[in-house]
Design a protein around this ligand. Structure first.
Ligand SMILES: Cc1ncc(COP(=O)(O)O)c(C=O)c1O
Length: 405
């Protein structure tokens, strides 16, 4: 992931003179945000009247279920929701999160101390760095993963150690190979299963090893469970908090974004180790003023109302997964059958890198796929295809890709 490598200059005007202010070094250190680049390329094509099919970003195309929209419509008319929300989340929201964790995973939580409302899990991930990482501290980051695990560290002067993920180790991030000098300066380790972008799933043995490793090396283990509800072929993703000892060293992030098609609503929560929850809450109370209370009410409905929309959603993604896998195999592109998430992780044909193949597909087929390498070094050699596009467009996209081969 290349750095933009230079400072930006922000123009200011002072009594007729144009002067500039240099942005902070941390901005210069950031790689370009993956989807901002993709959006720019897409916008250029669309402006030329070209029909671009985007299989890049994982943003569900299906609307939020009506019962959740209705709950929001009621909540927004309630004047008590118009004031500043609670920093940590309304007691009713945190209680609902705890109730959902109990019914979904059998995990008992104290909603007052072990649950924290987040403005989307991205916000929680970014602020965990402010809470835990000093300049020069390491974070163990999956060899390919959600970009903020890496950029969040850059923002605070932290360092990333990429944990290798390979096909041979079933894309389970290899924390055990971390050098001891890095471990001595490590504060946090991120894991995320079901995984974005590889769609890999974790075994309970793997979770247990990760918990023991975090305990042994005094590391906060953060399990990002953004795809907790999207499983196929009968697979139901677990919570790491189900595992013994997890609460001693781990917090887990859950989000309404993918589970309930609520990416635009910005609502999620962190659960687990109470000291870590408290530290993250302290940071947040100095930066944001909480999740809009009406959105919290809608999220309560999402979690505690009937879950049939989740089952329907899984069936839709499973059907799209099969359609894409079938189409890819007919054009000779290999992909593992994912048991979860909204992505197909496919190998690029020989002779290409992730980026050169993604660029070729965009230029020649007007289809956007995400280059695996944009998610970290272990992603090289792969592309990620998002299933958040209607079936006919998915089929059309694979047909177009075929014409480039
Ligand atoms: C693994 C992972 N974590 C976190 C997020 C951010 O989700 P949210 O919408 O809750 O901020 C995403 C979004 O794609 C993701 O894939």
């Amino acid at each position: 992931m290349a750095s933009t490598a230079s400072h930006r200059r922000v123009r200011i005007r002072s009594e007729g003179d144009v002067r500039t202010v240099r942005t902070a070094q941390r901005i210069a250190n950031l790689p370009p945000y993956l989807f901002a680049e993709i959006d720019r390329k897409k916008a250029r094509k669309v402006a030329q009247g070209i029909d671009v099919i985007s299989l890049g970003i994982g943003d569900p195309d299906i609307p939020t279920p009506q019962r959740i929209v209705d709950a929001m419509a009621t909540a927004i008319r309630n004047p008590s929701n118009h004031q500043y929300p609670s920093y940590v989340g309304a007691p009713r929201y945190r209680a609902a999160c705890a109730q959902w964790m109990r019914s979904r995973f059998g995990v008992e939580l104290d909603s007052a101390t072990e649950v924290l409302a987040l403005i989307g899990s991205k916000e929680g991930i970014a602020h965990l760095f402010t809470a835990f990482v000093d300049p020069g501290d390491y974070t163990l980051v999956p060899g390919c993963g959600y970009p903020v695990y890496h950029t969040g560290g850059i923002m605070v002067g932290g360092l990333t150690h990429w944990m290798p993920m390979t096909e041979e180790n079933a894309f389970l991030a290899d924390f055990e190979s971390t050098p001891s000098d890095v471990l001595a300066r490590t504060k946090m380790m991120f894991l995320s299963y079901p995984n974005n972008p590889t769609s890999a799933i974790a075994t309970v043995e793997y979770f247990d090893k990760a918990i023991a490793f975090a305990q042994e090396h005094d590391i906060l283990l953060v399990h990002d469970n953004a795809y907790s509800e999207i499983g196929f072929d009968g697979y139901v993703p677990p919570s790491i908090l189900e595992r013994p000892g997890a609460r001693d060293v781990a917090i887990e992030l859950f989000s309404c974004s993918k589970s309930y098609n609520m990416t635009g609503w910005r609502v999620a929560f962190a659960a687990g180790n109470r000291d870590a929850i408290d530290a993250l809450g302290t940071v947040k109370s100095n930066i944001d003023s909480g999740v809009f209370s009406a959105v919290q009410d809608a999220a309560i409905e999402a979690m505690l109302g009937p879950q049939d929309a989740v089952r329907d959603l899984c069936a839709i993604y499973q059907r799209r997964r099969d359609l894409v896998l079938h189409a890819l195999s007919t054009i000779g592109i290999e992909a593992v059958t994912p048991k979860a998430t909204i992505y197909v992780w496919a190998k690029v044909p020989s002779g290409f890198t992730s980026t050169s193949f993604a660029e070729k597909v965009l230029e020649e087929a007007n289809v956007i796929v995400a280059a695996g390498s944009a998610y970290g070094p272990s992603g090289e050699g792969f592309i990620r295809i998002s299933l958040t596009t209607p079936d006919d467009r998915l089929e059309e996209a694979v047909r177009r890709i075929e014409t480039t081969l």
